[in-house]
Design a protein around this ligand. Structure first.
Ligand code: NCD
Length: 305
């Protein structure tokens, strides 16, 4: 039986395949003109949550691979009539779609598609609930590797709203799988997940301590849409304690890089002077996202017929 290359989360993918995806993305960055083509693949993006970078970079990636693609517009589709994601996916597959890229507020949405159409189509997770965002974590590692020779010895700090962040969850799993020794989470207690004690991380509730000796600082967006207002009462107080300001950047290693998956709340989790400063690689992350998603789509298309 042919194995389809799904990407529903980082946990289930062997480290060698993750490394291969990173290597292939690097190739696409270096030689963008020598792309294979995938006429048998037909991608559809099913986005049930807002997105700018992820959705458009999947579309750009498919264009650059000469892979036909469609985007389901959930606002104008039968999603509004209550059609389930399982029925939607089954109908798209019946029409000939064989790569489904899904973003959904339910953490188990990619697995549900896998159960229904996983034998006929590759399922790619573009962000599921608060659980998982594998392509973001991979493009982040791709970006880190362009600036730092090897991952193992790095100290990488993930800062802010860890509780609601699927990006942080996938980053922790990926960084750990790839051998990073020192992963730090820096956040107020209220924004740390319950499972934090079981994660391979060091936890800091004090930015001054957490940022010291850090090579990579990853800021996360405060996800107000996923929390009750009581959890985040005071923007100014948050910025003072956990916002990455130019003063707090002084605590990092001098050659540290600063990242953010976007979209940013400027003046909350990150100051503009930092986001637009010399150490920021935030726009490189966006650029790398296209190449990384080309690698993911090409790998998904390999075993399709
Ligand atoms: C992230 C997401 O959707 O999880 N954005 C992204 O994909 N670049 C992070 C966020 O929304 O804060």
């Amino acid at each position: 039986m042919i194995r389809i290359n799904h990407l529903t989360d980082i946990d289930t993918i062997p480290a060698e395949r993750l490394q291969a995806l990173l290597g292939s993305a690097e190739q696409y960055l270096q030689t963008p003109k020598t792309c294979p083509t995938f006429p048998n693949a037909q991608m559809a993006t099913l986005f049930y949550e807002n997105s700018t970078r992820t959705r458009l970079s999947f579309q750009l990636a498919s264009q650059r691979l000469n892979m036909p693609s469609l985007a389901l517009d959930s606002h104008y589709s039968s999603v509004q009539k209550g059609e389930s994601i399982e029925d939607t996916a089954a109908n798209l597959v019946a029409m000939g779609i064989n790569i489904l890229v899904i973003r959904h507020p339910d953490s188990d949405a990619p697995q549900r598609l896998l159960d229904v159409v996983g034998k006929q189509a590759a399922i790619i997770n573009a962000g599921s609930g608060t659980a998982s965002h594998p392509t973001q974590a991979l493009l982040d590692v791709l970006t880190i590797l362009q600036h730092k020779r090897s991952l193992e010895a790095l100290t990488i700090a993930i800062i802010g709203d860890i509780l609601h962040s699927r990006v942080a969850r996938s980053q922790i799993v990926l960084l750990h799988k790839l051998g990073v020794q020192s992963i730090r989470l820096i956040a107020p207690n209220a924004l740390l997940p319950a499972e934090v004690a079981s994660l391979p991380v060091d936890v800091y509730t004090d930015m001054t301590k957490g940022l010291q000796q850090t090579d990579v600082a990853i800021c996360l967006r405060i996800q107000k849409e996923r929390m009750p207002p009581s959890l985040f009462p005071d923007v100014q107080a948050y910025r003072e304690q956990f916002g990455l300001t130019p003063e707090k950047c002084q605590l990092l290693k001098p050659d540290a890089i600063i990242m953010h998956p976007g979209p940013m709340n400027r003046g909350v989790e990150i100051d503009s002077a930092v986001a637009d400063g010399a150490q920021s690689v935030i726009l490189e992350q966006a650029r790398n996202g296209v190449a990384l998603r080309m690698a993911v789509l090409a790998s998904a298309a390999e075993h399709l017929h």
